[in-house]
Design a binder for this molecule. Structure first.
Ligand SMILES: [Ca+2]
Ligand SMILES: [Ca+2]
Ligand SMILES: [Ca+2]
Length: 452
């Protein structure tokens, strides 16, 4: 298999190197540098178009084909303001219905005191971005602590924002949007069902959250502490996460008093001394079974990729394992794609990194044996959101064949040619099995979903 990969990649003229093989439990992981000479790649997302999209700090938006590693520069944002401790273009998210509406959202600093969220449309004919629309402008920003990651969930956009570094007290000020997780409609308006009427605020008391992912029906985030007390939190509506009064868990006399008075949500995991956890994604695949149901966290100062194994209901972290330690330098983001491969990007050209030749880079981690099983990667798929209420999006490398939905009573309630979007608004709430079938109606893969 390894030789086959080598030959096929050489045939494509790809400049790559398998840099390491390592064993986790019974699984051998292969690590390959698949992109080099980037400049602070900041946020990677897997697009409904099957490409890995990513931002670079100075304003570039690129995409990489995860199978051939072909790299394309799609766009360069012209009004990115670069200043402070690596402030510039930060997070990006693609609309779940990107294949139809081509919407892509970015968050970046546009002056030395403000940042904004802008929606672009992808022009697939010219492979560029067009029609920028400000979704949320004039977000106060600082020399550091500007967040950010974005998640789209049930037609709502969530973004985590830091305290702008110089003014920690804003995190507790409910008239400020800094030091918060915000929730907005996809056009930037304030949802009528937000906890504070007329406010974007979803949760508050955050210092500098720089990782966020939705999984297991929960919104997880990572957050930078001071010299200690980095955190992993489960973000809940209208909860206070403590900063700046509380760092990490509520364990000093002053913290306990504040936590009791303010119903503070404590982290489910914390690190001291601080390591600077950044990007975060959930690993949910049998391709590397040892990592199944784990949060993967890319770490800047600590230069690590960490596995945080979750308990069954996803409310606790039961074990931490180090996947990468001090090998590629600072790691800014981690991305899991539907076939169970993992991509991490370095951040060595940022304000405090020490770049080496080839930096910055993207490294792929995979179990070649799982991918070698004929078509294995074609059968992996993910669905979104969980639970779904209106539309269910299906993210699969395979677009032929059929999809079925089976109720818990065994009744086939949906069966049609493959589509990456299914209307489930008429289905009674409950647990269903979604099946992907090939052209001959043979089931390729299935998973349980919740519709409500
Ligand atoms: Ca990401
Ligand atoms: Ca906290
Ligand atoms: Ca504490």
């Amino acid at each position: 298999m390894k030789n086959k990969v080598l030959i096929s990649l050489l045939a494509l003229g790809i400049n790559f190197s398998i840099v390491a093989q390592e064993t986790f439990g019974a699984t051998t992981i292969q690590k390959t540098i698949v992109a080099s000479n980037l400049s602070v790649p900041w946020d990677m997302v897997y697009g409904p178009d099957g490409w890995i999209w990513f931002t670079e700090l100075a304003g570039n938006i690129k995409r990489m084909n995860p199978d051939t590693y072909e790299m394309q520069q799609v766009f360069a944002i012209s009004d990115v303001s670069l200043f402070g401790f690596s402030v510039g273009l930060h997070s990006m998210i693609l609309h779940p219905d990107f294949n139809t509406n081509h919407y892509l959202y970015v968050h970046y600093a546009n002056t030395n005191t403000t940042s904004k969220i802008v929606r672009y449309e992808y022009d697939s004919v010219n492979n560029t971005l067009i029609n920028p629309t400000i979704i949320l402008g004039a977000i106060p920003s600082g020399v550091s602590h500007n967040g950010s990651r974005m998640v789209i969930l049930d037609d709502k956009l969530f973004i985590c924002l830091g305290d702008t570094y110089s003014t920690p007290a804003v995190a507790q000020n409910l008239t400020s949007i800094n030091g918060k997780v915000l929730r907005m409609n996809l056009d930037g308006s304030i949802p009528a069902d937000n906890p504070i009427a007329g406010s974007y605020i979803w949760s508050f008391g955050h210092r500098n959250p720089q990782g966020m992912c939705f999984a297991n029906g929960k919104l997880y985030s990572s957050e930078h502490g001071t010299s200690a007390n980095d955190e992993v939190n489960i973000i809940e509506m209208n909860r206070n996460y403590g900063w700046p009064t509380v760092e990490g868990v509520c364990n000093t006399t002053a913290e306990i008093a504040f936590c009791n008075a303010n119903n503070v949500a404590q982290p489910i995991w914390s690190w001291s001394p601080s390591i600077a956890p950044a990007g975060m994604d959930l690993y949910q695949s049998e391709a590397i079974p040892e990592w199944n149901n784990s949060l993967l966290v890319s770490v800047l100062k600590g230069k690590q990729l960490l596995q945080l194994k979750l308990n069954d209901d996803g409310t606790q972290i039961v074990q931490q394992n180090v996947i990468i330690a001090n090998t590629y330098g600072r790691l800014r983001d981690v991305l899991v794609i539907p076939d169970g491969r993992v991509f991490v990007c370095t951040s060595n050209k940022d304000y405090t990194g020490t770049p080496v030749a080839g930096d910055d880079r993207i490294i792929e981690l995979k179990n070649p044996d799982a991918l070698a099983v004929s078509g294995f990667n074609r059968f992996e798929f993910s669905v979104y959101p969980i639970p779904a209420s209106q539309q269910l999006f299906v993210n699969s490398a395979r677009h032929d064949g059929f999809i079925s939905l089976i109720s818990m009573e065994g009744k086939k309630v949906y069966h049609a040619a493959f589509s990456d979007k299914i209307d489930v608004s008429q289905l009674p709430r409950g647990v269903y099995e979604i099946q992907l079938l090939d052209q001959a109606q043979k089931t390729l893969a299935s998973k349980k979903i919740l519709i409500q």
